[in-house]
Design a protein around this ligand. Structure first.
Ligand SMILES: [Zn+2]
Length: 95
């Protein structure tokens, strides 16, 4: 079983979490001034890396809080967790 380390609750089963996709994507400041292509890129285009991925996660069946994590998409190993507005916590929550 994969354990994910919620920054508030500690290690929990992966079935309690939902992945919210890639983290760190900034909404355009003036969306009325960008092209449809640029708006489409913002909404739909993601990097989908092989290896380290910076993602948003929701502890849906727990505290219902969002956090960010670095996860290796090949090994599923989480390398760090970060709450919004705080520095990264380098602890790994995976067994
Ligand atoms: Zn939690």
């Amino acid at each position: 079983m994969l354990l994910i380390n919620c920054p508030w609750c500690g290690p929990r089963a992966e079935t309690e979490f939902l992945c919210g996709g890639e983290a760190g994507i900034a909404r355009p400041l003036n969306p009325e001034n960008i092209t449809d292509q640029e708006w489409g890129d913002y909404l739909f285009m993601r990097t989908n890396p092989r290896g380290n991925s910076y993602e948003q996660w929701l502890h849906a069946a727990g505290c219902r809080r969002w956090f960010k994590a670095n996860r290796d998409t090949v090994t599923y190993r989480f390398t760090s967790f970060e709450t919004f507005g705080h520095e990264a916590d380098a602890t790994s929550g995976q067994e």
